[in-house]
Design a binder for this molecule. Structure first.
Ligand code: PHE
Length: 490
């Protein structure tokens, strides 16, 4: 404020401030500090500032010494008495620098003569022009260009280029500036000084404050988009709020034999406590046992000894198809039969080695349609519809094997970004060995498909390490700074 008041006050009585450096020196403040004030006032057009370059000269250490003690040539000259002196004598009495520099300059100036080892004066008196020039420069006096060049050459001064300003009144000049108000307060209204207030202009280019709200994790965001697609297609959500499942619902009811490698503890997490399930629908368990052992419904079964103990074992569900199976069983108990479309998106667990693309848990998206007379054509049609809504229009199907579906198909989609076919899911028609023991009518078929939520999310967000998507290493800022809205899924 001191500098601002000083500039405005000065310009009230004077036309201009010719040199901001001198002005700053007069105020006893740093020029950079004054420069900030100048720029601000100039920006508001309160003053008009013209900048100029100014060459300024500073004395070197040697220059400062000569400004006080006189130049070496003069000191040398003064050491030579009118009658003359031997060089050897002078060398002993004089400072070595004064002796060497002084002797050569004295000679060059034609002040002395050196002959046969002795020095004599050629003039009676000399002026110390160098000392006077240096003092002049120190005091900021004007010095002739030739003299400056000479002093520069002798390294007694150095040049510094400064930016200075010439200041005049601007179109919006005021002798004293009011502090612009940013808010109209209760106090302003009470005191009545609001009438004289000048308000700071709005800065419409200022960035808004970041909004302090919750953010959706990418998985949740994509889950919501997929959920909306299922809802648009008339699917109902299945209750998936049980991570713990019995082997019966996870495997046996799906006609998955008890010796199947997936039921090994290398692939499945079994529970220690509670290690077994307490209740299963006994008559249905009996029918499942029979279909495994001897078949029925046109099937030969697997022909092995089905063990109840194996079916009772609790585990962390390895797929959400366990939930679909429970839902289909419940649907079969309701008479008359009603066609249904079910979906779920929730977590499943597999005892797998963890790497860049695998964790021991992930999210599964599952769609199930149960209706009279469904065919593989219906499955393909529904898959094309579903994936088209996700932006994936180029699909291919490859025959595959699941113990519980026949036929089964792996689903591939052409990824334009990656320029290749990528596997995106698994599908099939549930086997009669699975559906008929539940009590579903014979002409009812179930088409279903499953895929992981992580895979499309990683592709969408360009994440190549699953640990950056899920788990303790996720960078919260990536989530915070993610786009609020994205158009299209692929
Ligand atoms: N359960 C299968 C899996 O875990 C997905 C699937 C669901 C396959 C429904 C066919 C039918 O990969």
């Amino acid at each position: 404020m001191v500098a601002e008041d000083a500039i405005l006050g000065f310009l009230q009585s004077q036309d201009e401030i010719a040199d901001s450096h001198e002005f700053a020196a007069g105020l006893g403040i740093d020029h950079t500090e004054l420069e900030n004030v100048i720029k601000r006032l100039n920006g508001f057009e309160i003053i008009d500032a013209q900048d100029f370059k100014k060459d300024n000269y500073l004395l070197t250490e040697e220059g400062k010494l000569y400004a006080v003690e006189g130049s070496p040539e003069v000191n040398f000259f003064l050491a030579v008495p009118p009658e003359g002196i031997s060089l050897a004598n002078l060398k002993i009495t004089l400072d070595p620098k004064v002796f060497s520099i002084g002797s050569s300059w004295s000679k060059k100036n034609n002040w002395i003569e050196i002959a046969k080892g002795s020095v004599t004066r050629k003039v009676d008196a000399v002026e110390d022009k160098v000392k006077d020039l240096l003092k002049g420069i120190e005091d900021g006096k004007f010095v002739d260009g030739n003299d400056v060049a000479e002093l520069l050459k002798r390294k007694l001064i150095v040049k510094q280029t400064w930016k200075g300003y010439k200041l005049r009144k601007g179109p919006k000049y005021v002798s004293k500036r009011k502090k612009a108000a940013t808010d109209l307060t209760r106090e302003h209204l009470q005191k009545g000084d609001w009438k004289d207030l000048e308000f700071k202009e709005y800065n419409l280019n200022a960035q808004g404050q970041p909004i302090q709200i919750g953010y959706l994790q990418p998985l949740l965001e994509v889950r919501e988009e997929i959920q909306n697609i299922f809802l648009q297609m008339g699917f109902e959500e299945m209750p998936t709020n049980n991570f713990v499942e019995s082997s019966f619902w996870n495997f046996d009811a799906l006609f998955q034999p008890q010796q199947h490698p997936a039921r090994d503890s290398h692939d499945t997490f079994f529970l220690k406590a509670p290690a077994t399930t307490r209740d299963l629908p006994e008559d249905y368990v009996e029918r499942v046992k029979r279909v495994h052992e001897v078949g029925g419904y046109g099937s030969k079964g697997y022909g092995y000894d089905w063990k109840r103990d194996e079916a009772d074992k609790n585990l962390l569900r390895t797929h959400t198809t366990a939930v679909s199976t429970r839902m289909l069983y419940m649907l079969a108990q309701k008479k008359p039969f009603m066609p249904k479309r079910y979906y779920s998106i929730d977590r499943v667990f597999r005892n797998e080695a963890v790497d860049r693309t695998h964790l021991a848990e992930f999210h599964q998206i599952e769609g199930v349609i149960c209706d009279h007379g469904l065919t593989l054509g219906d499955l393909i049609g529904v898959l094309e519809d579903f994936f088209a809504r996700l932006g994936m229009t180029k699909l291919r199907f490859k025959p595959a094997y699941n113990p519980y579906t026949e036929p089964s198909m792996e689903i591939f989609s052409y990824h334009d970004g990656l320029n290749k076919w990528v596997e995106i899911g698994n599908s099939g028609m549930f086997r009669p060995e699975m559906l008929l023991p539940m009590g579903l009518p014979e002409d009812v078929n179930v088409i279903a498909w499953g895929l992981s939520l992580e895979r499309p999310t990683m592709i969408l967000y360009g994440i190549d390490n699953i640990r950056d998507l899920f788990g303790p290493k996720v960078d919260f800022n990536v989530i915070k700074n993610g786009p609020i809205c994205r158009l299209g899924l692929q």
